[in-house]
Design a protein around this ligand. Structure first.
Ligand SMILES: C[S@@+](CC[C@H](N)C(=O)[O-])C[C@H]1O[C@@H](n2cnc3c(N)ncnc32)[C@H](O)[C@@H]1O
Length: 231
């Protein structure tokens, strides 16, 4: 099956996303509380908000959240869960917000792996910097690079997680396929610590965390990689 653009991919997955692929709801509250302890609650953009998992917890934690996603079907589910403002937009085309207008931008559960085209991530980060108010920050949660399985045979399918397979299709690029959705697949970008250092090199301060529980980030092992970067 040919890889789908992320909008088409998530439009197809939206109906089963919460049951099969979303984080458990309780995690949303833990993440929102960590964010409220780390940043003074203000306006926050959830970039790639999906079915709106964390918008309610963010509001509970004192933030004024807005969600943005390119998939109409994912946003349709989000509308049922939250009263927060929701924006249908493809972040690759820019962020539809004025400059210096947001205190915090978050992009969780691996959303940034979907920016696979040349310069797409660089352009997105420039847009995030434009919309953040002075002193504002971006928080990104990505799979820890150690979670990608080794590749004994180049280009062969490997089991990534239960029900999820991936295969390398170019430098830093993988095809990800969902077994339970009949092999529905999309391209993803593998981001390693060196990529993060390069992408965030112009930011005022950058921290790496092993998740939302505290502790020390280890480049060689972990489940997720959380990057907090300040403009
Ligand atoms: C893995 S889901 C994560 C959803 C949510 N952030 C969470 O933590 O549950 C990735 C989401 O990013 C959205 N997305 C991917 N590429 C996007 C883009 N270029 N612009 C806006 N949203 C995008 C998808 O539609 C999908 O809803």
């Amino acid at each position: 099956m040919e890889p789908l653009d992320s909008r088409a991919f998530y439009d197809r997955v939206a109906g089963v996303y919460d049951q099969r692929y979303a984080y458990p709801p309780a995690l949303g509250l833990r993440q929102a509380l960590w964010l409220a302890q780390t940043f003074a609650p203000g306006t926050v953009l959830d970039l790639g908000c999906g079915t709106g998992r964390i918008l309610g917890p963010l509001a509970q934690a004192g933030f004024s959240p807005v969600g943005l996603d390119c998939s109409r079907a994912m946003l349709h589910r989000a509308h049922r869960k939250t009263a927060a403002r929701l924006v249908l937009a493809d972040a690759r085309q820019g962020l539809p917000f004025s400059g210096n207008s947001l205190d915090l931008v978050i992009s969780l559960h691996a959303t940034l792996i979907h920016f696979t085209g040349p310069q797409e991530l660089e352009n997105l980060l420039a847009e995030v910097r434009r919309v953040l108010a002075p002193g504002g920050a971006l928080v990104v949660e990505l799979p820890h690079p150690a979670t990608y399985p080794p590749e004994p045979v180049p280009g062969a399918w490997r089991e990534y997680q239960t029900g999820m397979r991936c295969r390398s299709v170019g430098p830093g690029l993988e095809e990800m396929s969902l077994v339970e959705e009949g092999g529905l697949c999309t391209l993803i970008r593998v981001l390693r610590v060196a990529d993060i250092k390069r992408l965030f090199s112009g930011w005022r301060r950058v921290e790496m965390h092993p998740g939302f529980r505290g502790g020390k980030f280890r480049p060689d092992r972990g489940e997720v990689m959380v990057v907090a970067a300040w403009v």
